[in-house]
Each structure stands twice: as structure tokens, then as C-alpha cells.
Design a protein around this ligand. Sequence first.
Ligand SMILES: [Zn+2]
Ligand SMILES: [Zn+2]
Length: 135
Amino acid sequence: MTARTLTGKCFCGAVQYAVADAFTYALNCHCSNCRRTTGSAFKPFAGITRIQFAVTSGRDNLLIHGEEKTHDAHCSVCGSLLYSVVRDGVYVHVAMGTLVDTPTIRPTAHIFVGSKAPWFAITDDLPQYREHVTD
Ligand SMILES: [Zn+2]
Ligand SMILES: [Zn+2]
């Protein structure tokens, strides 16, 4: 069975991507890096293997912050954080706010709540973890 394809783009539209609607996890990360790269209280992101993700337009407009196998990818025109390459280059964490289409998955937990912004209150009932999800 082939998953539906979702599209996403940055604020200005210079960078566009396609990703299978087959994310294996989705989380809200409250770490200071995610807060700063997005300018938000937390970053909802969804993880998928890198081969199920592709930049479809504006590859030349990517601003890569980091290394080949671990980096944040922004649009160099408008600055949007689109996705991060993580886990030794095997996974992509899509910044869910850049999706155009609605994914099937929903964030299932809050992570790095230990470094949450003190001015933000979590008001839902999702599990909270001090750092990464632990079983
Ligand atoms: Zn842009
Ligand atoms: Zn984070």
C-alpha cells in the first residue's frame, strides 16, 4: 500500500517539499533549540525516514545549519525552519507547521518539558517527559 503524499512549504513559498503520510512518530518539543529555531513555545514535529521525504522545489534556496547528517534546513529567503535531518542522517523531523496538507498523525507527547518556557502552560493531557520519551 502506498501512502498518500503530503506537501509542505516555507512562509514565502521558495522551498517546497513532499513527504509520505507515513510518519512514525510526532511530538511537541519544548527544548530551547526548538523554541529558538521556531520562535515558538514549542515545536510540533513529525519523524519519518529520509527516503520518504523530498524537497520538490527551491533546493537552491535551502539554508543548511549544521552537518550533512545532522542539520536544520531553513528557507534562505524567508528563514522558515522546514525540517531537520537527525539520527545520523536516516530520519527527517518535519516541522509540522510547514505542512500544507493535514497528516494522519498527531503529536502524542510533550518532550524536553524540563526546559519548557516558564511563561507557557501545557493545558492538554498528553504525557510529558523531562527529556526524550522513555518507556
Ligand atoms: Zn521561504
Ligand atoms: Zn527540541
